[in-house]
Design a protein around this ligand. Structure first.
Ligand code: HEM
Length: 463
């Protein structure tokens, strides 16, 4: 009963395994996810890979993932990349074990921070941050320079979560280099990913020291932010909820240590993936002028020339939303989630699993399964998210925000922000791709298009 999978031998693995090292032939330490996609294409909907002395089961076939979504038999597993973030995010919402009491407590206290009312209050702040981006892009455009898409999207999404969640301003748009918070965060995410690529952590001693310094910096920064808030009141944002809201039934509050974990969790989870999603969408828009034209026509029609589109006008951008969904289908920027068996069970009637056995779901492969998405699954086509097409597909085949009780709490926040910003950018600029650019994807647990720059043309002076 290896790994809790009694019939593990029925699960395929790469043909040439090295003693001690395992399936490391041809793999690149910097791109573990894209390596896993390559193996998936060779080995099929469920397979295993061995790295040094550890073996992992990967799953992506649509029927298997649909079964894993059954919350009565499976739950989130905190493993691999997520487990490696425990030193920084502890029992914060994203990294908490299911059995840790602080998960339910924080979930119940923070969920109202993502209600419709809360989102409507964030909307004007999101518009203010977006205006800082377009000011910057106007200047770059006027100077005839191209723009650094992932860099600027990161500035935008960091400022948005900082402003709406914590009443904080990192001044990202006024800096030439990323804010030290971003540098420290990228450092810890990259370190958490690298930990999976070595047989034991001691091999990363220098990197571990740097990581400890990054964590210390993040803690200091967050403690300062919290201290300032305790002295001056906020406007009912996430931080106020964390500090002041008692659980509606038990009256319990988050401890200061847990607040620190949650602040770091939300600052990181609340911007890194959204910035990747916006960057991929802008890449595809620049490569598919007919899609961009249709999306832009929708923005013009729905928003007219209202300088500040209202909260309700964002969800009306149905086609822009499909562009975003289709980008998240091909490149879900949090590209995997893990599920474990709550008791002994048989996955999809075929693979026995013992209680606690787990598997990593490869979302990008699930979302390109030709059996579900067709022979052209690799092609970018937002019409796949037309309501009729969506109804014709089975459940659980599009999971960029994970599944079940531990799915993304910030989903509506991310979708609102990204749709709003795409609408504003499409209305203001024509996007011109560099004809020599080939999409390459960098990984630091999350995905991001590497080195993407676009040329802008102003559409109208007024808009
Ligand atoms: C959880 C994706 C934006 C906060 C998750 C999970 C996924 C995900 C896949 C589940 C992980 C797992 O099962 O291990 C994304 C994507 C986003 C995005 C693709 C943007 C396009 C956001 C935003 C916030 C946020 C904007 C906060 C403002 C969280 C938190 C969790 C989570 C706190 C943990 C929830 C829990 O376990 O209770 N996200 N997310 N995310 N996300 Fe997001």
């Amino acid at each position: 009963a290896e790994l809790g999978w009694p019939e593990l031998r029925r699960i395929p693995h790469p043909p040439r395994r090295l003693p001690l090292l395992g399936d490391v032939l041809g793999v690149n330490r910097a791109t573990p996810l894209q390596d896993s996609l390559r193996f998936a294409r060779q080995l099929g909907p469920i397979y295993r890979r061995k790295a040094f002395n550890r073996e992992f089961v990967f799953t992506w076939g649509a029927d298997l993932v649909a079964d894993l979504a059954d919350e009565s038999r499976f739950a989130k597993h905190v493993g691999l990349g997520v487990a490696n973030l425990r030193p920084i995010a502890g029992d914060g919402l994203f990294t908490a074990y299911n059995h840790e009491p602080n998960w339910q407590l924080a979930h119940d206290v923070l969920a109202p921070g993502f209600s419709r009312e809360a989102m409507a209050a964030y909307h004007p702040m999101m518009l203010d941050v977006a205006a800082r981006l377009t000011d910057r892009w106007d200047r770059e455009q006027a100077a005839g320079r191209s723009v650094d898409v992932p860099g600027d999207m990161t500035k935008l999404t960091l400022e948005t979560i900082a402003r709406t969640g914590f009443g904080h301003d990192f001044g990202s748009f006024e800096r030439d280099r990323p804010h030290p918070f971003v540098t420290a965060m990228v450092g810890t995410l990259t370190y958490a990913q690298r930990l999976n690529s070595v047989p034991f952590p001691a091999l990363l001693r220098r990197a571990a020291q740097r990581n400890a310094a990054d964590i210390a910096y993040l803690n200091r920064m967050v403690d300062e932010l919290v201290r300032a808030r305790r002295e001056a009141s906020g406007d009912g944002d996430l931080l106020d909820r964390m500090l002041e809201t008692a659980h509606p039934e038990t009256g319990e509050r988050l401890s200061p240590e847990n607040v620190r974990r949650q602040v770091i969790t939300f600052l990181v989870a609340g911007h890194e993936t959204t910035s990747g999603a916006l960057s991929f969408a802008l890449h595809y828009l620049s490569r598919h002028p007919e899609v961009a034209a249709r999306a832009r026509a929708e923005v013009d029609r729905v928003w007219g020339d209202a300088e500040r589109p209202g909260y309700d006008q964002v969800a009306k951008l149905r086609y822009v939303r499909r562009v975003l969904d289709e980008s998240l289908r091909l490149w879900p920027t949090a590209p995997a989630f893990a599920r474990e068996a709550l008791g002994d069970t048989v996955l999809a009637g075929r693979y026995p699993m013992r209680r606690g056995a787990w598997t990593l779901v490869l979302t990008p492969m699930l979302q390109r399964d030709p059996e579900v998405w067709g022979a052209d699954a690799e092609r970018f086509d937002p019409d796949r998210f037309d309501p009729k097409a969506v109804r014709s597909r089975p459940a659980h085949v599009f999971k960029p925000f994970g599944t079940g009780a531990r799915a993304c709490i910030g989903r509506q926040f991310a979708l609102h922000e990204a749709t709003l910003v795409l609408g504003l950018l499409l209305r203001r600029y024509a996007l011109r791709a560099d004809p020599d650019y080939r999409l390459t994807v960098t990984e630091r647990l999350t995905l991001m298009p590497d080195g993407l720059r676009l040329h802008l043309e102003r559409r109208t002076a007024a808009a």
